[in-house]
Design a protein around this ligand. Structure first.
Ligand SMILES: [Zn+2]
Length: 332
């Protein structure tokens, strides 16, 4: 049987070097098979939805291996959005290290294949999210020295904020999601678009569910299908979705393992076990910083509740607040 050694074992003697460097968490290239690397042009704050995700960001280190250098194992500093396993990396930083990192990611893929572990990627380039860097396909492939088979086809992806568009006709009574089939039947001259829900007209019954899902999953539109599947299986209907959005400001998306991530008020929740209908609820970690204050830290802890339906869990989440948590604690 083929055994592919982990770089963590190969270079373990060099680890003391890394210990001196102050990172709360270190990831190796081979670990990245379960993450996404989101490339940003210059400043991370340029990402359209940065404000929304910034509270879940922590600074971590990624190590890359350059066998020819004196210091073979070196870290770079990146930001991790731990709730989605998305790592934000600046374009020039990635450009400098990708040729080394790529080899390690490939090793991670090979290790998963040999150990029959499921991962969602086929080539190392599959972890790269390129939609925020505006450059041509050719420039991108040149910049990252991508080999023929790992070449990017969809470099300038869509901008989530721009994706959020309602369609309607000048004389129509309904507005539509941008993917609604009805749009094709409109006369081009009468088509109008709006970034906000047009006033005085109602959502089209055909795409109403899609409109709610888009709102619920904003800005993670690529997760809409997964979220829809989860909600349908959990018997959460359109009306309930509308309530979750409008009354509780709830947002949802899925993580790389297919778990449901729920954002509500100040808290992030992860619901596991959706496939088997035996739910477990995880709550974002935090440390107490005073009598009634807390500060969120990375990761989740299990949250013991007795709920057997998705509806029950979502109801619980929508009613949770740290203040209530404190009140309950004081009554004990
Ligand atoms: Zn429609």
């Amino acid at each position: 049987m083929t055994v592919i050694k982990s770089e963590k074992d190969i270079y373990k003697d060099l680890l003391p070097q890394l210990d001196k460097i102050n990172f709360k968490q270190i990831l190796w290239g081979e670990d990245l098979v379960n993450y996404k690397l989101v490339i940003y042009p210059q400043r991370i704050t340029d990402i359209p939805y940065y404000k929304k995700i910034s509270k879940n960001m922590v600074s971590i280190g990624i190590v890359y291996i350059n066998p020819g250098a004196n210091q073979k194992v070196k870290p770079i500093s990146v930001m991790l959005n731990w709730s989605d396993r998305e790592i934000y990396i600046e374009r020039n930083t990635l450009n400098k290290v990708w040729k080394y990192l790529r080899t390690s990611v490939q090793r991670g893929i090979d290790m998963a294949t040999v150990n029959r572990k499921f991962i969602r990627i086929i080539t190392p380039e599959d972890i790269l999210v390129t939609k925020y860097i505006k450059m041509t396909k050719t420039d991108f492939n040149k910049m990252f020295h991508l080999p023929e088979k790992g070449r990017m086809n969809n470099v300038s992806g869509s901008d989530p904020e721009k994706d959020y568009i309602y369609y309607y006709t000048r004389d129509g009574k309904e507005y539509h999601d941008k993917d609604c089939e009805e749009i094709r039947n409109m006369t081009p001259e009468t088509v109008c678009t709006a970034k906000r829900i047009p006033i005085g007209i109602i959502p089209c019954p055909k795409c109403r569910k899609m409109l709610y899902l888009r709102e619920l999953c904003k800005p993670f539109y690529s997760d809409m299908k997964d979220v829809d599947r989860i909600l349908t299986r959990g018997k959460i209907d359109e009306k309930q979705v509308k309530k979750l959005i409008n009354s509780y400001g709830m947002r949802m998306h899925t993580d790389i393992d297919g778990n449901l991530i729920v954002l509500c008020n100040e808290d992030v929740w992860k619901i596991e076990g959706l496939e088997h209908g035996s739910f477990s609820l995880w709550h974002n970690n935090y440390v107490r910083t005073g009598q009634s204050d807390r500060k969120k830290t990375s990761g989740y802890h299990i949250h013991e509740i007795r709920k057997t339906t998705l509806e029950g869990i979502l109801k619980y989440i929508s009613g949770y607040s740290f203040e209530k948590h404190l009140e309950a604690e004081n009554l004990k």
